[in-house]
Design a protein around this ligand. Structure first.
Ligand code: NAP
Length: 284
């Protein structure tokens, strides 16, 4: 797969973002440097990190090494990072952003997100507003949120007058986030799927297995392709060279409408739904 073969998604501010990115939660130190370098060699151009992952230095190191080696240029890459709960607030966001920029060793970030709304803290509106002010300074290309649900998304848009470019949310077979995706379409917000493989949980499902046999692909590739055909970007994490290569190949085939429907129907199967933290209560 070449970088050119991965489709891009246009954000509401005109920014082009590769539809497949590399998730990096749990990648640390030298492993993170090695995996990011390998991913870039394989054609990944979109990398997702966060201040809370403790790996911004390693990710930045890998990016600078790849640029120095002539593998890629900075403007070919799309780098996302996020402000954690303890970085929220109008007074804290500017310093948190500069800290991330410093740890990454970059001059700008492509996408900066408020990581969770954290409703008990009640600072998500002022935090997103502060992120929007950073955009005005030209040090961040696009701005968005993660784990925002309908009420907080509508409140943020109404009170700040700015529409986040993207909402990064849990989304995988069994949890297609249909109502939230409808709201995103109404507001012109792009949906990005975190844990698009359900951290492996969804890969054992017989329906996905059947589709994988039909198309001659792995269950992981089918899960990623399904989310892509729903219009989402996906950020699968792998620390394994073979699986990294496999995941980016999700750009190389198409599921039929019947195969898409069969997987989307898993939303109604018992035992599926949200698997990880609920943003209405996390981290309380
Ligand atoms: N905004 C948020 O609140 C939030 C929350 C969670 C995650 N995220 C982001 O989303 C990214 C992805 O989510 P995630 O890391 O939770 O889970 P994920 O990408 O759904 O799953 C990762 C797991 O699946 C395995 N895997 C990867 N490719 C595979 C393949 N082709 N076949 C079989 N197994 C495979 C990985 O193992 P190996 O590494 O051994 O391959 C790892 O155990 C994160 O890394 C992070 O960047 C954001």
């Amino acid at each position: 797969m070449t970088a050119a073969a991965v489709p891009t998604i246009t954000l509401n501010d005109g920014t082009e973002m590769p539809q497949i990115g590399l998730g990096t939660w749990k990648l640390r130190g030298d492993d993170a440097v090695r995996i990011v370098r390998e991913a870039i060699e394989l054609g990944y151009r979109h990398i997702d990190t966060a201040s809370s992952y403790g790996n911004e230095e390693a990710i930045g190191q890998a990016i600078r090494d790849a640029i120095a080696a002539g593998d890629v240029t900075r403007d070919e890459l799309f780098i996302t990072t996020k402000a954690w709960q303890d970085e929220q607030g109008a007074d804290r966001i500017p310093a948190a952003f500069q800290d991330s920029l410093h740890r990454l060793g970059l001059e700008y970030i492509d996408l900066y997100l408020v990581h969770w709304p954290d409703p008990t803290q009640g600072k998500y509106v002022e935090s997103f507003e502060a992120v929007a002010r950073l955009q005005g300074l030209g040090i961040v290309q696009a701005i968005g949120v993660a784990n925002f649900y309908e009420e907080v998304l509508r409140e943020v848009v109404e009170k700040t007058g700015t529409v986040p470019a993207l909402n990064q949310v849990e989304l995988h077979p069994g949890f297609s986030q249909a109502p939230l995706r409808t709201l995103h379409e109404e507001l012109e917000i792009r949906t990005e799927a975190w844990s698009p493989l359900g951290r492996g949980i969804v890969l054992m499902n017989p329906v996905i297995d059947e589709v994988a046999r039909e198309v001659g692909k792995s269950t992981a590739q089918v899960a990623l392709r399904w989310a892509m055909q729903l219009g989402c970007s996906v950020i699968p994490k792998s620390g394994d060279s073979r699986r990294l290569a496999q995941n980016i190949e999700a750009a190389s085939f198409t599921l039929t409408p019947a195969q898409m429907d069969a997987i989307t129907e898993l939303d109604h199967q018992q035992g599926f739904g949200r698997v990880f933290d609920d943003p209405r209560t996390f981290p309380a």
